[in-house]
Design a protein around this ligand. Structure first.
Ligand code: SF4
Length: 445
């Protein structure tokens, strides 16, 4: 039994690091707290509760998490400080010892945030931090914290899956989030219908390894896609990221003729060298990846394709990086998300002897980022002068407003007091030239 009176009238502050999944979960924490009578602290206000949702994808991410925790503790003196997310799951003791941290919740516990909060809150005496933590071993992480929230964004983020069974040699995510698990198609349809009832028009499907959907419920991801496509109120869906070996041809072909799944894919390649892919324990080769890209482009010639690439992993000798470079150059993809490899304690990759220097990692990243700019620029240029439907997103007062076309071209409207009425509206525009910093095309209404 939760005593709601302890929550009434309190204010909470949130800080999120990492992936879309974390952002989606944080906004769900916000919603759960608001149902208990807790409002979000405004800019400069001191909160009673701080929630920090952490990431542990690299050493740098761990460092940023510690900085964020210190900052929140400093900015909200006396607040009850809760830390959750991947860093909290992997290093609960370290996190709980940080000055000012009251409660650390691991991957299994965050689903019961309110319960834990209400129990622990009473234990705080004279503002002294509790330094308490609750985490389970990876194999025991079983709960699925449902999440379908928009936070302060226009788009909704629907969490359809959590965890991963792949254990790629460089990755700690399965240790932080546990094995793959998912809710039923029926429950996800219900959440999407609720989002539509609240006026949501676009939903991004999020998860750790989305294509693995169905492990728990014996269902298929493509059937989830078909079921969601029937919800009329939702005009657009995007799949946040999907492993190439799980991106079925059937799914690609369905998306091409679907009502609301957008011609927009995000696919992790990680390396364009078959030898490096083997060292990474990835479950595909470059031939399969090229087949997926070619099929998408055959059935959806205007599709935007984003690709994750990791540079400087152990074993990536110079000639193998050149293979990646040439492979990516040959592919009709739109944007590269380039991540310099970072060593993670406890991962199998540490057994690979060949190490790439930081200087070489930087050079390789730079070459791929330049290639990415050229590809994105060429893609945008193809659509200048065409008409497109844009879903505009809320902008801060006095700032330019942005939105995306169906195929994920970023479109910009200059600041105007009239822009507010366009938030969450689908608007037909003519696509003009690039904006000043070439990050969007100008909208001509
Ligand atoms: S597929 Fe590989 S890289 Fe992605 S979360 Fe799973 S283990 Fe990590």
């Amino acid at each position: 039994m939760i005593d709601t009176s302890a929550f009434q009238g309190k204010k909470a502050a949130f800080f999120t690091l990492g992936c879309k999944l974390n952002f989606s979960e944080t906004s769900t924490f916000g919603r759960l707290l608001s149902e208990m009578g807790v409002s979000t602290a405004g800019e400069g206000e001191v909160a009673d509760i701080c929630i920090i949702n952490t990431c542990s994808v690299t050493e740098v991410a761990d460092h940023k998490c510690r900085q964020a925790i210190h900052r929140m503790v400093r900015n909200h003196p006396g607040a009850f400080v809760v830390v959750t997310g991947c860093y909290a799951q992997l290093k609960p003791e370290t996190v709980s010892q940080i000055e000012g941290v009251d409660l650390v919740l691991g991957a299994n516990e965050k689903a019961n945030l309110i319960q834990f909060l209400s129990e622990a809150w009473g234990g705080v005496k004279n503002g002294e931090a509790l330094h308490r933590y609750h985490t389970q071993k990876t194999k025991d992480i079983k709960t699925f914290a449902p999440s379908c929230s928009r936070g302060n964004r226009t788009r909704y983020f629907l969490k359809v899956q959590d965890g991963c069974n792949y254990f790629c040699t460089y990755c700690t995510i399965p240790y932080a989030r546990g094995f793959s698990r998912n809710p039923s198609i029926a429950s996800l349809v219900e959440q999407a219908e609720q989002a539509a009832a609240e006026g949501g028009k676009e939903i991004v499907l999020t998860g750790v390894n989305i294509g693995d959907f169905g492990e728990t419920t014996n269902e298929r991801f493509v059937d989830l896609v078909k079921a969601l496509d029937k919800i009329e109120g939702i005009k657009r869906y995007r799949i946040s990221s999907i492993e190439p070996d799980l991106l079925d041809d059937e799914l690609i072909e369905y998306c091409a003729q679907s009502r609301a799944f957008m011609p927009h894919f995000h696919i992790p390649l990680q390396s364009g060298s078959d030898e490096v892919l083997r060292l990474m324990h990835r479950r595909y080769d470059t031939a399969l990846f090229a087949h997926k890209i070619n099929l998408i482009k055959k059935v959806m010639p205007d599709a935007f394709i984003g690709v994750d690439v990791m540079v400087g992993t152990r074993g990536e000798k110079p000639e193998l990086f050149e293979e990646t470079y040439n492979f990516l150059q040959s592919l009709d993809v739109t944007q590269l998300h380039v991540f310099p490899y970072s060593e993670r304690p406890g991962t199998m990759a540490l057994k690979i002897p060949y190490v790439v220097s930081d200087g070489d990692k930087k050079l390789r990243s730079k070459r791929l980022l330049d290639m990415s700019d050229n590809k994105t620029h060429a893609f945008y240029e193809r659509f200048i002068g065409y008409e497109a439907e844009v879903l505009f997103e809320k902008a801060a007062r006095g700032r330019a407003m942005h939105g995306f076309t169906k195929n994920y071209i970023r479109v910009e409207l200059p600041p105007s007091p009239d822009n507010d009425r366009l938030d969450n509206q689908l608007v037909k525009v003519k696509l003009g030239d690039f904006n000043h910093d070439k990050t969007a095309l100008k909208a001509l209404l």
